[in-house]
Design a protein around this ligand. Structure first.
Ligand SMILES: [Fe+2]
Ligand SMILES: [Fe+2]
Length: 191
């Protein structure tokens, strides 16, 4: 499937604003991929499609997760929007003709991360956080660090996300904390 065909399909699934974000993630991810030596074609597809399930209602996400055999834990039950990542990976496969497991995994873990992430997964998670349309406290520092130390940049991004959730009385998924702890150790090793 050509990228233009994927973009046309995305237009039917997500809002114009979300599409703009997706294109921003694609381009930022390609920049990071150049720095860190990641396959640009895989990066391009994963970046473009990472939020393809973002326009789906919570109820439908829960239904689809059930149908696709995705594990729904206690936090996800209360925050079904988190399912847009694993459901998005399934849609990338079923609707966008992506059969590369590395691309699908990068989409699957782009929100919560994981303790053992490969470079493609890191690039997509970070690009999602720093693409030009994003603004949040501390983002300038993360953008700077992203170019020189991807692990440290992700750790700071995780910390910012956790602080936002704490300050706004929002549920924290345990995986966010596990990811952050894993990157804390990695960041220390690199400094
Ligand atoms: Fe997302
Ligand atoms: Fe996103």
């Amino acid at each position: 499937m050509l990228e233009v065909e994927r973009i046309d399909k995305l237009k039917e699934m997500i809002s114009p604003k979300r599409l703009e974000h997706s294109l921003g993630v694609r381009d930022t991810a390609i920049d990071l991929a150049t720095i860190y030596g990641v396959n640009p074609q895989k990066t391009r597809i994963a970046g473009l499609l990472h939020d393809c399930a973002k326009g789906i209602t919570n109820n439908n996400l829960l239904k689809m997760a059930d149908e696709f055999g995705i594990v729904i834990d206690g936090v996800i039950k209360k925050v079904p929007a988190l399912l847009h990542a694993p459901v998005g990976a399934e849609l990338a496969k079923r609707e966008f003709e992506v059969d590369d497991e590395e691309i699908l995994n990068a989409i699957r873990v782009h929100t919560l991360g994981s303790e053992e992430m490969n470079l493609l997964e890191k690039v997509i998670l970070l690009a999602d956080y720093i693409e030009p349309g994003r603004s949040c406290p501390g983002i300038i520092e993360v953008r700077k660090k992203a170019k020189v130390n991807i692990d440290l940049a992700i750790r700071i991004a995780c910390d910012n996300t956790l602080m936002y959730h704490l300050n706004n009385q929002k549920l924290i998924h345990p995986q966010t904390l596990l990811t952050r702890n894993a990157f804390l150790r990695k960041g220390e090793n690199d400094e």
